[in-house]
Design a protein around this ligand. Structure first.
Ligand code: FAQ
Length: 334
């Protein structure tokens, strides 16, 4: 149900056709000069169509990830073990909804409506992050999501505050502040469990074991199999490559695990003094591509939940539209 053009492994994917330059050379040149000068491109500025398409693709997929990403944690709101944990989790899930909205709004400035983007998601034409196709089976998973998933998200999003498209960069500033709170609450939750009873520590370790590798996959395919990175780096949409960000995440997160007595589930993990970072084991890219193709453990459940939420909410959208029309009519009559 969640089909993509990413069939098979990265190696047997056809190469993308070369972009044919049909746009006025002076406009392209001026655009490229502004990007090279680190100026923001704004909605009304001229931009190459391929730049616009790339942004709509990335920003809408990012928005979908935030919205689908509410589901794994939403699953635990009614079962949070204390009022404090419940209040934190509710706030976090609401924040993710807000992030989705800022991002849909940023993408809309490029001329694609929110309805079109949501339709593409529901039709399986748009992607969302692989990470949200894994189930949250114990309370410790809520800690692991905050610590690892939000941790990976921040690593990717901090540089996006300097992405070349103004509305996306500005949305990221607020998103990053909130994600930073999310990461801390997840780490604090995991720490509490790691220092709790033997069973709580076992649950924390089990959650780390299950979420570690999918978190590394969030950064996307390795650079030599990432069809979009080179162009997105040239346009300064991406500021770092997938592998660079993945490495930074590993380097920051491994000491955090050690500090709370948990073990990263990678027998090949080893500090490499020469590079000043960790060497880590091979990622299972077949699993990544299978999840991208919609074969993740709870992929069908996630899309079914989103589609039914959209359908069940139709009356709210209709009521809000009628209310807005009445307000306009009233203010015009006054
Ligand atoms: N999942 O050529 P690249 C969050 C696709 S937010 C699914 O490297 P690109 C907050 C990629 O789209 C998490 N698909 O692509 C939160 C492309 O296919 P396409 C989301 C993936 O764009 C926390 C193809 O593979 N964050 O977690 C994935 O240059 C907790 C080839 O890849 C963002 O979206 C994947 N993991 O780099 C919420 C950040 N990776 O589109 C709730 C913004 C790759 O050509 C709870 N996005 N693909 O058909 C980005 O930085 C980039 O888009 C990347 C991918 C880095 C994700």
């Amino acid at each position: 149900m969640y089909k993509t053009d990413l069939q098979g492994s990265a190696n047997d994917r056809p190469a993308r056709p070369a972009v044919v330059q049909t746009e006025p050379a002076d406009l392209v040149e001026a655009f490229e000069a502004r990007v090279a000068d680190d100026q923001f491109i704004e909605p009304k500025d001229w931009m190459p169509e391929a730049y616009r398409r790339t942004l709509v693709r990335q920003i809408s997929q990012h928005a979908h990830s935030e919205i689908v990403g509410m589901l794994p944690e939403g699953n635990w709101i009614t079962r949070a073990p204390s009022l404090r944990r419940k209040a934190i989790l509710l706030a976090k899930v609401q924040d993710e909804g807000g992030h989705g909205l800022y991002l849909y709004a940023a993408a809309e400035t490029l001329g694609t409506s929110r309805e079109e983007m949501i339709e593409a998601l529901h039709a399986g034409k748009a992607k969302y992050s692989t990470i949200f196709n894994y189930p949250t089976v114990t309370w410790a998973d809520i800690g692991a999501i905050g610590w690892l998933v939000d941790g990976a998200a921040i690593m990717n999003q901090v540089p996006l505050q300097r992405t070349s498209y103004g509305p996306y960069a500005r949305a990221m500033v607020r998103v990053c502040k909130e994600e930073s709170f999310h990461q801390r609450q997840g780490y604090e939750l995991t720490m509490a469990m790691a220092q709790g009873t033997a069973e709580q520590k076992r649950m924390a370790q089990d959650a780390l074991n299950r979420w570690w590798w999918p978190s590394l996959m969030m950064f996307g395919p390795p650079d030599d199999n990432s069809p979009n990175t080179a162009q997105s780096m040239r346009w300064r949409i991406k500021r770092d490559t997938n592998d660079e960000l993945r490495q930074k995440f590993v380097d920051v997160t491994v000491p955090q695990a050690e500090a709370i007595g948990l073990t990263v589930p990678d027998p090949d993990l080893k500090w490499n003094a020469d590079k000043g970072g960790y060497d880590f084991g091979a990622i299972d890219w077949e699993e990544f591509y299978a999840v991208v193709r919609g074969e993740g453990p709870v992929a069908q459940e996630r899309m079914a939940a989103r589609i039914s939420a959209w359908e069940d909410g139709a009356w709210v959208r209709e009521a809000a539209t009628v209310h807005a029309q009445k307000r306009i009519a009233r203010s015009e009559a006054a």
